[in-house]
Design a protein around this ligand. Structure first.
Ligand code: DX5
Ligand code: ZN
Length: 218
């Protein structure tokens, strides 16, 4: 069975205290730091970008997982790599030439991921599955933190795990949106192994304990 990885999403952090939040993550069992980039075009919201990524990289002991919720992501791959990205996911809905974009991410030395919106059929990933390191299954509509997990996503996760067993057994399945302690067991059972969690971690009284529980379930 695949190793479970927890990737807290910085979007829910206290931006007036970013240094403190990153220190907390450094001391926690978090595996990756999930960094949500929004452009106000692909999604109806704007978050943060390159200078913030670079600043965080300078103090983070965890790899930076950049989730590009932007149109024309190919324009910014190199810049995000230089700003510290260790893995990059781009949306299938934003890439008419997905195969080329994935090749570029890998050439830059990053893990390559494809993110997929809740309404997009999982079968569309079949041609690209052998070429990627992970899929980011969006379990809310991208653009905002703190939304409710879409239950039907569990079917998509299960279906993707079955396809991956056939086409790319090494594939990681990341889930992103509304992940918390109430649904983590079902998510694991469906076959995902990377858990992005924003609100569940940063709004908790004890974030480090939540990170540990998401991972081990104890
Ligand atoms: C949503 C982002 C998520 C978000 C998750 O567009 O991609 O990474 O920050 O936040 P929660 O865990 O609060 O749903
Ligand atoms: Zn995300």
């Amino acid at each position: 069975m695949k190793r479970y990885l927890v990737a807290p999403s910085l979007l829910a952090a206290d931006f007036t205290n970013l240094h403190k939040e990153i220190t907390m993550l450094n001391e926690s069992e978090a595996d990756w730091l999930h960094f949500d980039v929004m452009d106000g075009r692909f999604v109806p919201n704007i978050s943060f970008g390159l200078p913030v990524c670079k600043a965080i990289k300078s103090i983070s002991k965890k790899p930076i997982d950049v989730h590009l919720m932007i149109v024309e992501p190919e324009k910014y791959l190199k810049a995000f790599r230089e700003a510290g990205a260790d893995s990059i996911s781009v949306h299938i809905e934003a890439c008419p030439h997905l195969h080329r974009v994935i090749a570029e991410i890998k050439e830059l030395g990053c893990l390559a991921g494809v993110a997929i919106n809740p309404h997009t059929a999982i079968d569309l990933l079949v041609p690209i599955l052998p070429d990627i390191d992970f899929v980011n299954i969006m379990t809310v509509n991208p653009g905002f933190g703190g939304q409710k997990f879409i239950q039907s996503s569990l079917i998509k996760i299960r279906k993707l795990r079955a396809l991956a067993n056939e086409l790319n057994p090494e594939l990681h399945i990341e889930v992103d949106g509304g992940v918390d302690l109430s649904n983590i067991e079902a998510i694991k059972e469906a076959g995902a192994n990377i858990f992005v969690a924003g609100s569940a971690v940063f709004k908790a009284e004890n974030p480090k304990t939540v990170i540990q529980k998401l991972k081990t379930g104890s």
